[in-house]
Design a protein around this ligand. Sequence first.
Ligand code: PLP
Length: 461
Amino acid sequence: MGFFNSELFIDYVTNAVHPKTWMCGDWQKAFLSVAGNEFFEHMHENHDYWKFIDKLKPLSIWKLKTYQKHELYDKLVERLAKEMPQRQELPNQIIHTLEELNKTPEILSIGFARRFATYKRAHLIFIDLKRLASIVNNPQYPVRFIFSGKAHPSDKAGEDLIKRIIEVSRMPEFIGKIIFVENYDTELAKLLLKGVDVWLNTPTRPLEASGTSGMKAVMNGTLNFSVLDGWWAEGYVPGGGWALRQENTYDDPNLQDQLDAEMIYSTIEDEIVPTFYERDIEGVPQKWIEMIKNAYFHIAPHFITKRMLLEYDNKFYKQLFEYYKTLSDNDYQNLFKFISWKRKIYRNWDEIKLENIEMFDSSKRHLPLGDKFYVKLLLDLKELKPDDVIIELIFGKKEEGRIVDIEFAKAFDFVGCEGSKSKYECTIPMEQSGVYNFSIRLRPQHPLLAHKQDFYLVRWL
Ligand SMILES: *Cc1c(COP(=O)(O)O)cnc(C)c1O
């Protein structure tokens, strides 16, 4: 092993969504009316623009949200009236389902739509059907789940998940309460994202790479309820949605599924349902509106495409562009020099010899605090020059005889030649007492190496 995890050069940029595409027209209008026409220009850098939402009255926010919900339900009825006969549902099943949707479009609606890859665990809420039935059929505070999504054609397990949802949706206690809509695409996604109240995501930890649909939900005043994995691990703020804990409790995935299902049921019953159905005299769920505002204030501004693009540019593309220019300038002169330098390193690497090492011997004399610890090396670098390499004294925790992580590292200084050999020295003042573990690492050094691991040659001396 040449490097430690903490030295890894790979970095990341968090995903984001494009608000002009994913925020529905009514929300766009609402924000423009209170934040002004510069809203879309500044929303990624000046987070205060999102606070203008406070100028909207809770009643008008709720009217907007309810209007979107009616739009969703109108379209759902239209689509299901076509789809359900096509998938050979029984006539009374179809009539019953559509009646339910027409009758109760304003009940708490939870959306779950995505690719049906098994790690997304669409089956989770079906683990305890009795409990689920009592949640969706609560006479005062009913709940509806709307599912949509496609499985990859060769993903049998994913297809089985969809079959299971359709199966459950046919059970008498779930008719009109568990809905599956086919042909999930961006149009249906937009409809669901703005129309439902809660966007549910229950992936297996830690497999969710991002989960961008949750960001789209935030753009539309839809609250997220998700495992703290993928983007939600970064995006979640208390009071701006709901979360299932980040760590797995069990090694056995079945037990973990059971626990997560329990947590989902109780969060819906104890937190989501009461917040949604607690209304003021105008019928407005004030606390719910507060949560929508919190999500707009504290979550939305971080997940804007422009922020993401600027971050890619600043963190990576600019440097890459400069690097390319350096290599290619003057008809690739630097590149050719760099290549011949690399060849020289390869030729000599295994021939480098440690001729002598001398260090403070702490077994003979205890090093008093404030004194200096030193190591002196004499190396035969063959064809290499002293600054073709970097030698580091690395202190760290040792497990089973080897250092497992860096606590502190210092480069050796080249202090001169002794014949054809090169002398290096490293001194460290001892500011803390204790037992130190150290190793000495040699690696190539060149200004054109993009990072430590760009030319993967390492020797431990
Ligand atoms: C945004 C989007 C996705 C990706 O959503 P995830 O949350 O990553 O699953 C998939 N399909 C459609 C149609 C989308 O709009």
